[in-house]
Ligand binder design. Structure first.
Ligand SMILES: [Zn+2]
Length: 302
């Protein structure tokens, strides 16, 4: 089976200041990598943007209003890390729509991968760390609204803790939040997820993969999800500028392969987002994100 990929060219179309830390071109480059490595154009689904009433399922109307009309103060924008533009709003809504499309597609086809997503630092009424609205939380809430018995596990392996997701979903019984992250890294004030695993700086492949495997086993046995919403952030990579872990490229592949294969073997639908990854060297960054695509091909190519 060809794995469904969700992508929109707008992901890389945001104008940012020179030398901005955010690797805005990585989305398009990953798309091009996929095509160069055997993905078919008809494998891609172009998502439609979320609308603001869907965003209101997770964020306050005051916050949404300030965001739309560019009313954040300087401090609030510094926390977010992007300059305001209408392009930023459209891109943000489209990326969130992409994650929801990925969840819907995964429920139908058992697997889908979003070439964006994982804005897990967006809270109810404030944004931070390049995250304005929380695509993971909104998509999970929308999916469980459509199917009230659906159980979703948010399995967040981005190196940064999913603090926004944890706060937004605290009272949702059918959504379980789990974050495996670097202990001494942003956000420095952690918020309790349903399950957190904090790893020390310098964690290497063996200990990292043990933590991922053990945690996924435990959580799926206890919670029995129908769908895993997987944040496959690659800022765990040893060459990442912000990560502080010591995981190799093979380690990233092994993590992604394990999660995708485990979901398939256990009949759990898997919706993946690529999450964070920060390197000035974009080709090396793309190679790190590409491990998710390689893993999906190996797990689903029969
Ligand atoms: Zn991150």
């Amino acid at each position: 089976m060809k794995v469904p990929f969700i992508y929109h060219p707008i992901y890389s179309e945001l104008q940012l200041p020179e030398r901005h830390r955010y690797p805005i071109h990585k989305y398009k480059m990953l798309y091009q990598w996929a095509l160069a490595h055997g993905a078919r154009p008809d494998q891609f689904i172009q998502p439609t943007p979320m609308n603001w009433s869907q965003v209101a399922l997770a964020h306050s109307s005051n916050y949404i209003n300030k965001l739309i009309t560019n009313q954040f103060d300087k401090k609030e924008w510094r926390k977010v890390g992007f300059p305001w533009s209408t392009q930023l709003l459209t891109r943000t809504l489209t990326s969130a729509g992409g994650t929801f499309e990925t969840v819907k597609t995964a429920l139908d086809k058992r697997i889908a991968i979003h070439f964006s997503g994982g804005y897990h630092h967006a809270h109810h009424d404030w944004g931070s760390g390049f995250c304005l609205i929380n695509d993971l939380a909104m998509s999970a809430v929308l999916a469980t609204k459509a199917k009230p018995n659906l159980k979703i596990l948010i399995f967040d392996t981005d190196v940064h803790q999913g603090d926004g997701t944890a706060t937004l979903l605290r009272d949702h019984e059918n959504i379980f939040t789990c974050s495996i992250h670097g202990e001494r890294n942003f956000p420095f004030t952690k918020v309790d997820s349903d399950l957190d695993v904090a790893l020390p700086k310098g964690t290497t492949d063996g200990a990292y993969l043990d933590a991922v495997k053990h945690t996924l086993h435990k959580v799926t046995k206890d919670f029995k999800p129908d769908l895993i919403l997987y944040d496959a952030g690659v800022d765990i990579y040893r060459r990442d500028d912000l990560g502080h872990l010591d995981v190799s490229i093979e380690g990233i592949f092994s993590r992604d392969y394990f999660v995708l294969d485990y979901a398939k073997q256990n009949n759990i639908s898997l919706a993946a987002v690529i999450g964070g990854g920060y390197q000035r060297n974009l080709s090396r960054l793309i190679l790190a994100h590409a491990q998710l695509l390689r893993a999906s091909h190996q797990v689903w190519s029969d």
